[in-house]
Design a protein around this ligand. Structure first.
Ligand SMILES: Cc1cc2nc3c(=O)[nH]c(=O)nc-3n(C[C@H](O)[C@H](O)[C@H](O)COP(=O)(O)O)c2cc1C
Length: 198
């Protein structure tokens, strides 16, 4: 009798975990990101942003929809050092730059990956503009960043605070690695997504 109960318990656990995995696979997924071209630290002038490269990998693997957060009035300097100064000022003033457009049917998404370059240990202020436009209740938020040494920094905690949503463990990729070694980064992205159950 004990053996039958044990076997039934194991079977139930297996069936439940399959059900959870199947449900995760049906999740509607969005990848929202901010990314810059122009001069970037350690990679020179780039025509595709580092975070954009990672965002596209995630979209391909999760079959998710992409949305790039862009400024309505992009007056950011193309030079890296000049941009760091502008970004520092925006952060200290906690600005909310106006952004172009919006995601259609944001409410329909279950999982939202939020991709950001690390700017002064935080997200560019334009991502806060996007976040504060939306109701995040019931959503699962997944942070990913590109950086040049700071790792995830304060971004997961800030995202959790700004969205109030459940936040999964994030991925940090060196910007120059996304730019110069996409195959290596693709493997890291795949391993991370698998660990999270996607
Ligand atoms: C304004 C600014 C601030 C930055 N601050 C940091 C930082 O605090 N820590 C860090 O590791 N990298 C920092 N970086 C480097 C970027 O995070 C890195 O180059 C990133 O990959 C850029 O991504 P993108 O091409 O998608 O914009 C900064 C870059 C800029 C332009």
């Amino acid at each position: 009798m004990k053996k039958i109960i044990l076997a039934l318990t194991i079977l139930t656990i297996i069936l439940l975990s399959w059900a959870v995995k199947a449900e995760e696979k049906n999740m509607k997924t969005l990848i929202v990101y901010f990314s810059r071209t122009g001069e970037q630290y350690s990679v020179g002038n780039i025509t595709k942003g580092n975070t954009a490269i990672v965002a596209e990998m995630i979209a391909r693997e999760t079959n998710g929809d992409l949305f790039e957060v862009k400024l309505q009035s992009d007056t950011y300097p193309a030079g890296y050092t000049e941009l760091t100064q502008v970004a520092k000022q925006e952060k200290s003033q906690n600005t909310r730059p106006a952004i172009i457009g919006d995601v259609e049917n944001f409410d329909d998404y279950d999982v939202v990956f939020v991709g950001s370059p690390v700017w002064w240990a935080d997200m560019p202020m334009a991502l806060y503009t996007f976040i504060e436009k939306h109701d995040w209740s019931g959503k699962t938020v997944v942070p990913f960043v590109t950086h040049e040494g700071s790792g995830l920094s304060e971004i997961p905690a800030n995202l959790k605070k700004a969205t109030g949503a459940k936040t999964l463990s994030g991925l940090a990729i060196y910007g120059h690695e996304a730019q110069n070694s996409p195959d290596k980064v693709q493997t890291k992205v795949s391993v991370w997504l698998k660990e999270l159950g996607f």
